[in-house]
Design a protein around this ligand. Sequence first.
Ligand SMILES: NC(=O)c1ccc[n+]([C@@H]2O[C@H](COP(=O)([O-])OP(=O)(O)OC[C@H]3O[C@@H](n4cnc5c(N)ncnc54)[C@H](OP(=O)(O)O)[C@@H]3O)[C@@H](O)[C@H]2O)c1
Length: 420
Amino acid sequence: MKIQKFRKRIGLIGFGCVGQGLYDVVEANRHLGWEIGSICVKDKDKPRSLPASSFTYNVQEVLQDASLDIIAELISDPAEALGIIRQALQQGRTVVSANKKVISENLPELIQLQQRYGGVLLYEASVCGSIPVLRTLEAYYGSEPLVEVRGILNGSSNYILSKLHAERGSYHSALRQAQELGFAEADPALDVEGGDALHKLCILAAHAYGVLVHPEDVLHFGIQHISPEAIELADVLKCRIKLVGSLKAVAHGQVVLQVIPTFIPAGDALYDVEAEFNGLEVEARFAGKQFLKGRGAGSHPTGSAVWADVAAAVRGYRYTYPKLCTNQATVTAGDTGLTILLQGEPEQIAKFLEQVPSEALFQSQDQSQVILSLSPQQLGQHAAFLKQQGVFVAAIPANVSLDKIPERLKAEEILPVETL
Ligand SMILES: NC(=O)c1ccc[n+]([C@@H]2O[C@H](COP(=O)([O-])OP(=O)(O)OC[C@H]3O[C@@H](n4cnc5c(N)ncnc54)[C@H](OP(=O)(O)O)[C@@H]3O)[C@@H](O)[C@H]2O)c1
């Protein structure tokens, strides 16, 4: 009997940070029978690490090439990426992607296209880079109810926050360093305003709870308005501020989703996730807590996650969305009160306090900082106002004791006023 040699060809669309990373991983595995059959890019004048003859500039040449076994969509243009994924799925093809914005905003349609035309879409690299979070949620936790899933989902903002805690510099210089090291984009808005973490959270929601939610409908805040005073306050409370995305099961099959800077106390699994790393804690009803940590971005870590999808797909792996088929959880804002720190211009905080009937737990004399208890509805209703006015918003969880605040602040004069 003649055994046919394994030979699989990948069509690569996009040859930037992740595309080059995938290329390197595939080249290192050539002896296993893999090859990049075709590479599509956009800019004809860009200097490349491969000869010009290696590239096409016409995406249809890749999409129409029947000799390719799998399409890797790794481009930076979301609208174009959606068109490519749609077309590939309509052809019943197997496509892998790392594009969290496209996937989170279009997941219902992308699931339907797979069901209708029999194609396959995998996107492990879109959430937490190299960490196998989606495969873990699907394959391992597919039938166990989850209590909570929360994590540090954005490496750029985590790098900035780590820098602020370690060096006490300004937000803008920490952002500049993140950009110089390639951890943040030239336009960092999606990272620092919480949008990137939000996209990942919505993808996690589908796999962890069977919830299909559009990012626009989820409460989210970023770190762009953080001040040195917030970092100092976190130090006093023996916490680090982290941008946390969380999914929490509450009563009646409902799930609360949010992305918000959060005071994380020492001892919490997320406390030690530093710099560009990501971390995800999964709490299952029977298995208890488990924690995954690793590189959330970067050329080779992300390329490796795409490669894992490529290799799994040719072995017949596909997402079955087990919670979507069984649970059908719904999204709620929740009704548990939140302890929230607001920091910003005193006039803006005063305006907020006028609009929102609530009792401040602590308040600086100049009203630039206030800690108060708010309902999720109150926070959601005024989120746009707080963001517009440049107010930094952070959650202080119940396991962070506020008892120490007034004494310690007075004693150490950490905040600009004598009393909180
Ligand atoms: N960077 C990371 O660490 C990371 C991590 C997780 C997920 N992702 C996701 O992975 C995807 C790729 O990100 P990246 O960082 O690799 O981006 P990138 O470095 O900016 O590279 C983007 C690539 O896409 C190509 N491209 C853009 N528009 C195109 C079009 N219309 N047709 C053909 N090619 C086009 C560009 O072509 P030219 O070379 O000609 O400009 C470039 O090669 C994005 O969805 C991103 O969100 C990135």
